[in-house]
Write a protein that binds this ligand. Sequence first.
Ligand SMILES: Cc1cc2nc3c(=O)[nH]c(=O)nc-3n(C[C@H](O)[C@H](O)[C@H](O)COP(=O)(O)O)c2cc1C
Length: 187
Amino acid sequence: MDGEVNHARAELFNDSTEQRRHVHPVTHTLSETYTEHMARLLIVHHSPSPAVERLANAAISGAQHEDIEGVEVVVRPALEATVTDVLEADGYLLGTTANFGYISGALKHFFDTTFQATHEVTAKRPFSYWIHGGYDTTGAELAMTSITTGYRWSLTAPPLVFTGEVTETHLEEACELGATVAASLMS
Ligand SMILES: Cc1cc2nc3c(=O)[nH]c(=O)nc-3n(C[C@H](O)[C@H](O)[C@H](O)COP(=O)(O)O)c2cc1C
């Protein structure tokens, strides 16, 4: 047995330092572990009507597209998302309605309750968002930009922001948004 081990060691260490690095068992184990790692996309949304629920579902289905490998999608209603959800994710997709010239109270609550514990650790992680309004999303967009600037997240796909009827085209755009943010997490 010892002879076999020594023989294997002799083969492993017989080459240059550079080559050894590639065949060393410890390196091998690390690279296998790395391959098994799943990136995680956290989708946090407030979708209080059937129309915006369809929008959220389109974004979720895009993020879960079969061509996107190695990315796990976790979906949370804004009032249920936690600090742990944020810390354990590698990227974020946020969805909200425009309410009273701002983002929804629900998404604001999400930011209020997670910011302190997460913003330093999650800085630079990719994110994007959608906002749907009835007539004017200006205040909601400003709020979203200002809050996510505070987190120092990195915008990885153009946000989807619009008012009025949710059309098939909007659903396709939401699907593409979800897919783009998820794909940005593929290694
Ligand atoms: C209390 C309340 C406040 C709202 N404030 C705004 C607003 O400031 N800007 C806007 O564009 N839409 C506003 N809306 C419309 C919502 O954004 C809209 O209802 C939501 O996106 C869902 O779309 P839907 O009603 O077409 O299903 C408001 C709706 C409610 C219920």
